[in-house]
Ligand binder design. Sequence first.
Ligand SMILES: Nc1ncnc2c1ncn2[C@@H]1O[C@H](COP(=O)(O)OP(=O)(O)O)[C@@H](O)[C@H]1O
Ligand SMILES: [Mg+2]
Length: 264
Amino acid sequence: MNDLVVLKIGGSVATRKREGRAEIESSNLDRISSEIRGALKKKDYRMVVVHGAGPFGHNLVKKYGLDKGFSDSTQLAGLVETRRSMEELNYRVVESLVNAGVNAIAFQPSASGLLDDGRIVDFQVRLIEGFMSLGVVPIGYGDLLLDEKKGVSVLSGDYLAPYLALKLKARRVVLAADVKGIYSSDPKIDGQAKFLPELSSRDLGGLRLTGSRSTDVTGGMKGKIEALMDAASQGVEVQIVSGLEPGLVGKALMGEHVGTFIRK
Ligand SMILES: Nc1ncnc2c1ncn2[C@@H]1O[C@H](COP(=O)(O)OP(=O)(O)O)[C@@H](O)[C@H]1O
Ligand SMILES: [Mg+2]
């Protein structure tokens, strides 16, 4: 069977996350959509896309305390609003991909899976697999899912992407964010931070990582690394690239070692 790549488009790339505004950054999104289309045209492989939330999700989740689970009915309005907001963002991402010529179809993580204390205990990967075999590129996102312990929990795109990669036996996960890759410390705070082009999964535990400077309930780069540790140690290649610099997502999809490349 042909290769499978899981791409996560960060909220920091697809939305105006730094300004904290729930708006699409269409110049980035549309460019990445055409890079995806270009890569799919050049190479025969299957693909799943997961996107982050940016201010469409994180700010509402924080406002209603949904990152701590569901404990009282005043959070219902927040649950409804967050879900609607994420569906709107997802619609816009799918629209951008379809306009670029990608056979993109949305899947809703909150209708596909169940969490227990934030961990996935059930997910309908067979449906995603089935649609992919028809030639579809399924598009999911970070979402609020039912949680057996907490009522609801956030399933971050950073966690969903490597989870799907493992379940679907993907060769590679590509995460596009607003930094060039992984540095020795947060490059937005530390001017001396050293860029790390290549890492082994064994190096990941020793990194000095922090969260995001924007509102991000899923922990910025630290959350990403924790989420992808399992997949990396089981041999899925992981690449973290800038989604702001034109061409890099396309190159990563084609197998070039741009950004930070993590191998087993
Ligand atoms: N060691 C590090 N290397 C790279 N980025 C880091 C590091 N530590 C913290 N970060 C922060 O992680 C951020 C990316 O995570 P995040 O904001 O969650 O992006 P996304 O919206 O794509 O999920 C960067 O903007 C950066 O400020
Ligand atoms: Mg994030």
